[in-house]
Design a protein around this ligand. Structure first.
Ligand SMILES: [Zn+2]
Length: 440
């Protein structure tokens, strides 16, 4: 199982180990690019047959690519709080749209800021703004794109402006006299509903909803390409770690439902995750990894000394070096505070899903059977259609125990932090959250 650990990261760790000398003098920058609602299997580089992502594919070709990466939940706030803290939802307590990441938690941005990094966040999703505590540690965190007109915000297309603002910041950093290392977090929202049409992108995929979703990905890919071009121009590319990830996927009736946040099947849990790091040779990694692994991995890659915080994840740097790591599982959670509570656990080729919205129940809250159990053999049945739980009761019990142990650890960790405050919302904010599918 994924052991609870404390990361004590030594300075000057090498990625490749032997063939290059340590680059002790240089402090690496970190560019974290995230894309909302992006299924791994809709990127060409993850096997999709349509050209949705030429620029991300190019990045992928220069990166270590995790082929079996899992989100810790299937909606934005819970998943991002895990990415920022290295903790599972039961620990960080961002469990509903009324949750806020409490100040008592330590984010990657806070650690890096305290290590002398310039930190900036360019986001438009309401869950990544100040209100939800997700800008902790970012010195530069403009709210101008966090969709001020909440009721209409879901109609807005933000990728062009997100890239522009990120490039403004990179350009300003490049003009500073001191060589201060930096951490820039850039989030793209457009693949989330509504699926807008983009001239020059959407038409190559067709006219239905899935085609519009593909068009949103291609449009976002184009603007990520502009960001990467800007990094070439303004940033010290050789001294920058680039990470690309998504917070969760999207359902297209794979299991009878739509959107996300009500289930934990692969279409919402499996996400793209790639790391381009100096000295790390591009490779594909098939090990199961989780978004909680991002924080400890980033700390080790950036050679941040003596950063000791409790996390659920583990550094993936050995995998970047091409070394073996012990098999680990991946937990995902939808809490009891959501209409369709669920847990899922991936271990090797097996995956257990407990609860969630049941297929063909019409998606009504309350129709969830929280004890409904499904077991999938991901090798024989990669789309998770055939429930084998009746055939393997012992395996079901083993995986249920894993889930219990992980959740117990996560709850235990939670005690170290303050009880999060419950947010209140204006009617306008509630309308916005309804439009995004988060409030019934
Ligand atoms: Zn999201």
């Amino acid at each position: 199982m994924r052991a609870l650990l404390t990361t004590i990261v030594a300075a000057c760790l090498l990625v490749t180990g032997c063939e290059e000398k340590p680059r002790e003098a240089t402090r690496l920058n970190l560019l974290l690019i995230s894309i909302d609602t992006l299924r791994a299997d809709r990127l060409s580089g993850y096997g999709y047959g349509k050209p949705t992502s030429p620029r991300i594919d190019a990045l992928m070709n220069a990166s270590v690519v995790f082929e079996d990466a899992h989100a810790t939940s299937s909606w934005t706030l819970a998943s991002f709080a895990s990415l920022m803290t290295g903790l599972y939802p039961s620990s960080h307590q961002c469990l509903s749209y009324s949750s806020k990441l409490d100040d008592s938690y330590t984010t990657l941005a806070e650690i890096l800021r305290d290590q002398g990094y310039a930190t900036a966040s360019v986001v438009s999703h309401v869950f990544l703004g100040q209100k939800y505590g997700m800008q902790q540690g970012f010195e530069h965190a403009p709210e101008e794109l966090v969709l001020p007109n909440m009721a209409r915000s879901n109609e807005q297309i933000t990728s062009p402006r997100v890239t522009d603002r990120a490039l403004d910041w990179l350009r300003a950093q490049a003009e500073l006299p001191d060589e201060q290392p930096w951490y820039l977090f850039v989030h793209y929202f457009d693949p989330h509903v509504p699926y807008n049409a983009h001239e020059g992108f959407t038409e190559r995929f067709g006219t239905n909803q899935l085609a519009h979703y593909d068009g949103e990905i291609a449009f976002t890919d184009h603007h990520i390409g502009r960001l990467l071009d800007g990094l070439e121009e303004f940033g010290p590319v050789d001294d920058t770690v680039v990470v690309l990830v998504a917070d969760h996927g999207e359902e297209f009736s794979d299991h009878g439902g739509r959107l996300h946040g009500t289930n934990l099947f692969r279409e919402v849990m499996q996400v793209p995750f790639m790391i381009r790091a100096p000295s790390a040779k591009p490779r594909r990694v098939s090990d199961t990894v989780s978004l909680v692994d991002f924080l400890p991995t980033a700390l080790e890659l950036l050679r941040v000394p003596e950063s000791a915080i409790p996390v659920a994840g583990r550094s993936l740097v050995p995998l970047l070096r091409g070394e073996d790591m012990e098999e680990a599982g991946a937990l995902a959670e939808l809490s009891l505070k959501t209409p369709f509570p669920a847990d899922a656990y991936v271990l090797g080729k097996w995956k257990l899903v407990v609860g969630g919205r049941q297929p063909r129940d019409g998606g009504r809250p309350g129709a969830s059977a929280s004890d409904k159990i499904r077991l999938f053999d991901r090798e024989a049945d990669p789309t998770e259609q055939r429930d084998l739980s009746a055939r393997h009761p012992d395996l079901v019990e083993t995986l249920k125990q894993r889930i219990r142990a992980e959740k117990d650890s996560a709850h235990e960790l939670c005690r170290r932090f303050r009880e999060p405050q419950k947010l209140t919302h204006t009617e306008q904010e509630l309308n916005h959250l309804r439009a995004l599918g988060y409030v019934d």
